[in-house]
Design a protein around this ligand. Structure first.
Ligand SMILES: *[C@@H]1O[C@H](CO)[C@@H](O)[C@H](O)[C@H]1NC(C)=O
Ligand SMILES: *[C@@H]1O[C@H](CO)[C@@H](O)[C@H](O)[C@H]1NC(C)=O
Ligand SMILES: *[C@@H]1O[C@H](CO)[C@@H](O)[C@H](O)[C@H]1NC(C)=O
Ligand SMILES: *[C@@H]1O[C@H](CO)[C@@H](O)[C@H](O)[C@H]1NC(C)=O
Ligand SMILES: *[C@@H]1O[C@H](CO)[C@@H](O)[C@H](O)[C@H]1NC(C)=O
Ligand SMILES: *[C@@H]1O[C@H](CO)[C@@H](O)[C@H](O)[C@H]1NC(C)=O
Ligand SMILES: *[C@@H]1O[C@H](CO)[C@@H](O)[C@H](O)[C@H]1NC(C)=O
Ligand SMILES: *[C@@H]1O[C@H](CO)[C@@H](O)[C@H](O)[C@H]1NC(C)=O
Ligand SMILES: *[C@@H]1O[C@H](CO)[C@@H](O)[C@H](O)[C@H]1NC(C)=O
Ligand SMILES: *[C@@H]1O[C@H](CO)[C@@H](O)[C@H](O)[C@H]1NC(C)=O
Ligand SMILES: *[C@@H]1O[C@H](CO)[C@@H](O)[C@H](O)[C@H]1NC(C)=O
Ligand SMILES: *[C@@H]1O[C@H](CO)[C@@H](O)[C@H](O)[C@H]1NC(C)=O
Length: 785
């Protein structure tokens, strides 16, 4: 390479760098002399948001979108899209510019494909579009005064799937304009999907989530102005991040919200999963933390899986096609956008007799399904009659016959769910399929014939083997409680079925499976946990279970035994009559509020249980899912930690097991003010010294650096009041500015939530950070010791 080429290369490089800086230092305005094309962007004055062309995922389409500036949020996070339905493929020959007083996007052939659509009367002169630091893109008349005049147009009036602080969701009764959140079709297609969050169009102050703008499947319940929560979202009581307000008058009704700490980066999203999500950016881990979402259960989203799809809460894949069906749009399906649904692999005989070998359609029996939408009931007295009615109507796709009679479904089946075998809501559905879907294929038939015709001796040996196997199995499971493993009882499935009256009384469900109440013949009351999707073989399962069985402590729920038969895996625990801590704390219906003394003992007991798990037992265990739901209370309201050791047993990724804990708490730095943090239902009846102690410990436990956090043993000592001497380093405190006082704020991270300070002797089990802290201020506010 000669010097000249080098020189020009350097020059070129400089030019490029210069260009790049030019792009980075972009202004916040699109005006007559300034347009957007290619990789150019505009950035809001405070460098919070950026606007320009983007490409979602592996899509080949480009859209004009708005995202957090990379300095603030390192993951590309789109919060608004202009041309949701009209993408361009070449961003360099497309341009976003001011045209006739409108902001207009022109495609490759200079055709306008998106516009702010103002009539020329409203925009007599030229205009300019400014990107503001709150994520609002506003169009103003050239020369108008921003602090006095309303914008001609603003992106906050045209929300996409994200609700930013300061934006409104509601409607305007004068213009009939609705401000709603609409999900994307898929992670690669920002076009409006089927799920929307809207303020109740009928006028109540509740938020509703709809499928296809018509079918409601979730409601927030009415807004209660006094307690400032939605009635069916009681967890909002714990909210110290979002300040919601409701505005309603003759012209408009809407909600808006602000953040108590304006430095928090947070947003609401109507996700393609049909769930509304509340996410907060965690600088520490560089990821969005799912703080809250609804509906909590994925399968409660109406028709998530489309026609002939079935939703399954258990398996990691939420949607499956019914037997005999396959995804219509495999690509969308891979992106977990299921609403396209499924199509038949083989046409029905009644539709196309030539393709079905001339054989009549048949019905596939499917047990414990939820009832599909749009059921029609038919007056028929017999099962056979019900079947023949469906068979004789080519558009009948399924029927069910039970004590309430005969039901048939016409056309596509929607909103199906595969329930767990114990769910009493389940029905047996008969699905119409072409005869060829009921194979045995011809080659197999040949094989069967061969075997039958084969040597009688062979069959005898086979039978003998089967008998031996059955006998061995019987030996293992009969005689309830006779097979004992360590101190654990190996229960037979039938025994537990009898004890729980065929799993009829459900106590709850967690990340690992449902729990049922039962009574043993000796009249002791038990809780039976049916583990879902256990990946382990029987031997490994027994090994793990016996490990858990050796862990015994007064503050840990005692494992009495287990059941392992075929694919069925169950754990049997002592029954806890007072339920879980969350039901005691958060459900208002209870007449008696837990008093301070009890609460303190629960905190102390829980800490003791965890300390034992971390430090005292032989094989130390990471709990991975400490939350009020997993702290059970015995007759004396003594706490017992539940569900320890299960993550390993089920062998799933932690992140997919954990039902996220999303709560916030707030702790004051002002020692005198500590009573203001107390649950108001206690009317200030608490030991201030204990309350202060608890608050301090809580602060230590949420230290960013694990090394600064106390061990659970230290926590126990401090709570017992034994040790005030060996205090860990004073925490750097974190504040949120309220109206008149400073607050410390912390919250427990989802998906990797654990109790404070987790340890493990098992190096293969990764210890993840426990609690994470929203935002740190430089200044330190030490707690006096
Ligand atoms: C605003 O309008 C004036 C006069 O109409 C014009 O001279 C000026 O260039 C315009 N400014 C922008 C940013 O378009
Ligand atoms: C566009 O015009 C405005 C006002 O006339 C001026 O301040 C700005 O620097 C111009 N921008 C560009 C990129 O030329
Ligand atoms: C995008 O494409 C890359 C490379 O082809 C592939 O590895 C990745 O899985 C794709 N992502 C999605 C979401 O399809
Ligand atoms: C530009 O948009 C128009 C109208 O939608 C369309 O007919 C045309 O094909 C587009 N041009 C290109 C190059 O895609
Ligand atoms: C603008 O108006 C056109 C035609 O009425 C419509 O198709 C388009 O969706 C509108 N665009 C916006 C952004 O409202
Ligand atoms: C805009 O209006 C405010 C309040 O009326 C005034 O103080 C300010 O000077 C105006 N700015 C311009 C550029 O006219
Ligand atoms: C708004 O809707 C109402 C009823 O649907 C209708 O009477 C009214 O004319 C509409 N107003 C506008 C501005 O479209
Ligand atoms: C609104 O009211 C109408 C008429 O009373 C009713 O049919 C409809 O279901 C209501 N919609 C919602 C979302 O409650
Ligand atoms: C959504 O509703 C419209 C009518 O309101 C209907 O035409 C359309 O087919 C529906 N979409 C789906 C996916 O059912
Ligand atoms: C919450 O929002 C309301 C209405 O915007 C406001 O009046 C109030 O000061 C806010 N509260 C706090 C603590 O920021
Ligand atoms: C409703 O809108 C009218 C016309 O824009 C306005 O004069 C009036 O003040 C508004 N009322 C309220 C309560 O905002
Ligand atoms: C019926 O099936 C045959 C064989 O698969 C196919 O060739 C024919 O097009 C189908 N007819 C209709 C009406 O779908």
């Amino acid at each position: 390479m000669d010097a000249k080429t080098k020189q020009s290369l350097v020059l070129l490089l400089c030019l490029c760098l210069h260009l790049k800086t030019h792009v980075c230092l972009a202004a916040d305005t699109i005006a007559a002399n300034r347009s957007l094309s290619g990789d150019q962007t505009i950035v809001s004055a405070g460098k919070v948001f950026e606007l320009g062309f983007f490409k979602p995922g592996n899509s080949s389409n480009y859209y004009i979108g708005m995202w957090y500036s990379k300095q603030l949020v390192s993951l590309e996070t789109i919060v608004w899209v202009a041309n949701r339905e009209t993408p361009v493929s070449d961003r360099f020959s497309s341009v976003l510019r001011i045209s006739d007083g409108n902001l207009v996007l022109f495609n490759e052939s200079n055709t306008p494909i998106w516009s702010t659509n103002l009539t020329s009367t409203t925009t007599s002169g030229s205009a300019q579009a400014v990107l503001l630091d709150n994520g609002n893109l506003v169009l103003r008349a050239n020369g108008s005064n921003a602090s006095t005049s309303e914008p001609l147009w603003q992106s906050f009036d045209h929300p996409a799937h994200t609700w930013l602080p300061g934006a409104r969701i509601g409607f305007n009764t004068v213009t009939n304009q609705t401000l709603i959140l609409t999900s994307w079709k898929s992670s690669e297609d920002p076009a409006p999907g089927l799920f929307t969050l809207e303020l109740d169009p009928n006028g109540s102050n509740a938020y509703l989530i709809f499928w296809n703008r018509s079918r409601q499947y979730w409601s927030s319940g009415a807004w209660d102005e006094k307690s400032r929560i939605f009635s069916w979202v009681p967890e909002m009581r714990l909210n110290y991040i979002y300040n919601f307000s409701y505005v309603t008058n003759k012209n408009e009704s809407y909600f808006t919200y602000s953040l108590y700490n304006p430095k928090t980066i947070s947003r609401f999203v109507m996700h393609t999963s049909g769930q509304i999500q509340q996410l907060t950016w965690l600088e520490i881990s560089s990821q969005w933390n799912l703080f809250w979402n609804q509906p909590r259960k994925q399968c409660e989203v109406y028709d998530l899986c489309g026609a002939f799809g079935s939703c399954n809460e258990v398996s990691p894949v939420s949607c499956n096609c019914l037997t005999g069906f396959e995804p219509k749009l495999q690509r969308d399906w891979n992106l977990q956008a299921y609403s396209g649904g499924c199509k038949r692999k083989t046409p029905l005989h009644c539709e196309n007799a030539t393709s079905a070998d001339g054989k009549q359609d048949q019905f596939l029996k499917m047990a414990t399904m939820s009832s599909p939408a749009n059921e029609q009931s038919v007056k028929v007295e017999t099962f056979a009659g019900c079947e023949s009615i469906c068979l004789n109507n080519c558009s009948c796709t399924a029927y069910a016959y039970n004590s309430s009679g005969c039901s048939i479904w016409i056309g596509e089946l929607f909103n199906l769910q595969q329930l767990t075998s114990s769910d009493s809501q389940g029905i047996t559905l008969y699905l119409r399929l072409a005869a060829s879907e009921f194979k045995s294929p011809k080659s197999n038939k040949g094989l069967i014939v061969g075997v039958v015709a084969g040597s009688a001796a062979g069959i005898a040996i086979l039978l003998g083997l089967i008998v031996v196997v059955i006998l061995r199995q019987r030996k293992r499971v009969t005689g309830m409680g006779k097979a004992v493993e360590g101190s654990l009882v190996a229960f037979g499935y039938r025994d537990l079925q009898d004890a729980t009256k065929n799993f009829s009384e459900k106590l709850g469900g967690g990340g690992f499976g449902s729990v049922f109440k039962g009574t043993l013949p000796d009249s002791s009351v038990i809780a039976v946990k049916k583990l879902e999707s256990v990946s382990q073989g029987e031997k490994q399962f027994r090994t793990e279970v016996s490990t858990i069985g050796t862990i015994q402590h007064v503050n840990l729920v005692r494992l009495r035994g287990f059941c392992s038969e075929g694919t069925k895996r169950m754990l049997v625990y002592d029954y806890m009559p007072n339920g879980s801590l969350d039901s005691q704390l958060f459900h208002d219906m209870r007449p008696n509020v837990l008093d301070w003394k009890t609460r303190y003992q629960i905190a102390l007991g829980t800490a003791r249980g965890l300390a034992y798990l971390h430090e005292k037992c032989r094989d130390c265990i990471i709990h991975c899912d400490i939350k009020p739901e997993n702290i059970l209370l015995d007759t004396e309201l003594g706490p017992k930690v539940a569900d320890f050791g299960l993550a390993k047993l089920v062998g799933r990724e932690f992140s997919s097991v954990l039902t996220t804990m999303r709560g916030t708490s707030q702790i004051s730095t002002a020692e005198t003010d500590v009573l203001s943090l107390l649950d108001p239902r206690l009317d200030g009846n608490a030991d201030v010294q204990e309350l202060t102690r608890i608050c301090r410990v809580a602060c230590w436990c949420v230290q960013d650096d694990e090394a600064h956090r106390p061990s659970m043993g230290q926590v126990v000592q401090i709570l017992e009041g034994v040790s005030d001497v060996n205090l860990p380093p004073i925490p750097r405190s974190l504040h949120v500015l309220g109206d008149d006082q400073e607050h410390i704020i912390f919250f427990t991270e989802s998906s990797s939530s654990q109790s404070s300070h987790q340890r493990s002797n098992n190096n293969s089990t990764k210890s993840t950070t426990s609690s994470t802290i929203s935002k740190r201020y430089e200044e330190e506010h030490p707690i006096n010791t």
